[in-house]
Design a protein around this ligand. Structure first.
Ligand code: DON
Length: 570
């Protein structure tokens, strides 16, 4: 029998099938380390980076670029880039003025202290992490509006439009996104209707993700600003979605939401550096300030990068700082956070009084510090960009877990956060990052949950030096700390400082988390002999940083830990 016509047809079918099914793999150019003369954007996705750069080429400043990038990330980086979450921005103008913007999510008015406890008073492990009850009132759109109103120079419409275009025409998903979307299908199907663009049997590399509902939502935000999200159709969709589960967000929660300008945490390091970082409702700035202040007393550069001595000092500092975080840090609008006392040099000296150079401390014996309250300043409270004028902005935003609570606003096309898990549901009971808390971070209606996000800008000799931040839950603070110290004390070039393996102590559990294969076995053996215990994790926080080099050029570094991190400039 002559089989060739059959095979011919079969091959034709195969070709037609593959043309139809297999999308073109995206040909994004991703750069992890770039040096440029004029402006730089480091973001978690090349399409977003390009949008930020184009905004600056068109005359926009760092805040314009950040706004455009954040809206673009809501489309191309749905795991975390968002309009259904919240975040923080730290800004420094070319003239040296700084500002911090808090657009963290808030507990809905119907939230209550014990809302995640079961009938036995035990924390139900999933209700603060998945589903409608885990969702805090989103702050991102209010935050971006506020940032734009104060510092923006291009029109709001110009900044939102690229995200609308990406959502409407679609974009090819990267390998990392393909893998993530496939691995979350089962969880998505618990909350998301099959017609959503995020539900599919299999996502293939290069699949064109079109988000028509999200495009319409972004148009409402473009045309009506605050009311385009917190009122009208978008708000109706959010409230309807809440009612599909046991969600608590009502219209009033949305219309009441406000982003808040706060006084940044500012602190010097080794006389020449100045840290400008995020105050509560993030713990990031206070904790980073404490860490730097503690290690300033030790000659880290002499001890050497990843030396036993340096790791011992830094990990012991981290232990003490996270103990303080657990007890004293929370939303300063609700709880009197003793910021000045926590950053007081004399207090921080006492914290290391029991430090033993030759043996590990114990978290059982390390309680949060106590002090006589100093007079507090009561007015007190990531993509990295540097623009052609030298203005800098660091913005960290989140849905908390990947794709947040996995709930999706049907009709409006976006994921909602699960930020409520960042509250302390019960004193001493760890959240998803193993962080414990107490009164300071207990749930109250309208309160912001404590964050570890640490968008930070450093000056050196009063000039812009570094713009830095990261996602990574509780490891954000120690990652920003270590990357800065890697550059400032250990003299590593920024890209190596970012890529270098990290270690992390957060008081509880009493052990140092280390990234796999990143510390030599000799170093680990020596630290173990001192009493340190280790656990190995695949990777920790994902840094995006820019350093101003001595010749004034900008060095941007994305993190090899996220394949899509992209640092580009011109
Ligand atoms: O605000 C916080 O500290 C956390 N919700 C951040 C979550 C995060 O970084 C997730 N990334 N791994």
């Amino acid at each position: 029998m002559n089989r060739s016509p059959f095979f011919f047809l079969f091959f034709l079918f195969l070709i037609a099938f593959s043309c139809q099914k297999a999308p073109t793999p995206p040909d994004y150019i991703i750069q992890k380390s770039t040096v440029s003369d004029t402006a730089m954007v480091v973001s978690p996705h090349p399409l977003a980076t390009e949008i930020g750069l184009q905004i600056m080429r068109d005359g926009g400043n760092a805040v314009d670029a950040i706004v455009g990038v954040q809206f673009a990330l809501a489309v191309v980086y749905p795991r975390a880039g968002n309009i259904g979450g919240g975040g923080f921005m730290v800004y420094r103008s070319a003239e040296g003025q700084s500002a911090a913007l808090d657009y963290r999510e808030k507990a809905p008015s119907g939230a209550s202290r014990d809302m995640y406890l079961d009938e036995n008073g035990d924390v139900s492990p999933t209700r603060s992490r998945k589903g409608h009850l885990a969702v805090g009132v989103p702050g991102t759109v209010a935050g971006l509006l506020e940032a734009h109103q104060k510092y923006g120079s291009l029109s709001w419409e110009r900044l939102v439009q690229p995200a609308i275009d990406l959502a409407r025409t679609g974009f090819a998903i990267t390998q990392a996104e393909t893998n993530r979307l496939n691995s979350f299908q089962e969880q998505f199907r618990e909350y998301i209707k099959p017609e959503s663009p995020f539900i599919r049997d299999t996502f293939l590399l290069g699949h064109k993700l079109v988000q028509s509902d999200l495009a319409l939502t972004l148009e409402r935000i473009r045309d009506h600003g605050f009311d385009g999200f917190y009122a009208g159709k978008t708000a109706d969709y959010i409230v309807e979605e809440m009612q599909r589960g046991e969600g608590l967000i009502h219209h009033q929660d949305l219309t009441d939401y406000r982003a808040v300008w706060r006084e940044p945490i500012v602190q010097t390091y080794r006389d020449k550096y100045k840290m400008i970082s995020m105050p509560p409702s993030s713990s990031g700035g206070v904790a980073l300030g404490q860490l730097l202040s503690i290690v300033e007393a030790y000659p880290l550069s002499e001890l050497g990068f990843h030396s036993v001595e340096a790791i011992h000092i830094m990990a012991e500092a981290e232990r003490r700082v996270y103990a303080d975080r657990a007890r004293h840090l929370g939303d300063s609008d609700f709880y009197s956070v003793p910021i000045d006392s926590l950053l007081d040099e004399n207090y921080l000296d006492t914290r290391m009084a029991d430090f033993d150079v030759s043996s590990a401390g114990s978290s059982d014996d390390t309680e949060a510090g106590s002090f006589t309250l100093a007079k507090e300043s009561f007015e007190t409270t990531h993509t990295s960009v540097v623009d052609p004028l030298g203005n800098a902005a660091a913005i960290t935003t989140t849905l908390n877990s990947n794709y947040g609570s996995k709930t999706f606003v049907h009709g409006a096309g976006f994921f909602l956060n699960n930020e409520m898990d960042d509250f302390s549901s019960k004193p001493g009971v760890p959240n998803q990052f193993g962080l414990v808390g107490a009164e300071a971070n207990a749930i109250e209606p309208g309160k912001r949950m404590l964050s570890s996000m640490t968008p930070t800008i450093f000056e050196k000799d009063e000039a812009l030096f570094m713009v830095i931040g990261a996602p990574g839950g509780s490891t954000i603070i120690t990652a920003v700390f270590q990357v800065f110290v890697n550059v400032a004390d250990f003299g590593l070039p920024l890209d190596q400082a970012v890529a270098a393996g990290r270690f992390h102590h957060q008081w509880l559990p009493d052990m140092i988390a280390i990234e796999k294969d990143q510390l030599s076995s000799d170093v680990i053996d020596s630290l173990q002999a001192m009493g340190h215990q280790f656990r190995t994790v695949n990777r920790m926080a994902v840094i995006k940083a820019i350093q101003v080099l001595p010749d004034g050029k900008l060095h941007g570094a994305g993190d090899p830990r996220n394949p899509d991190d992209d640092a580009k400039g011109y």
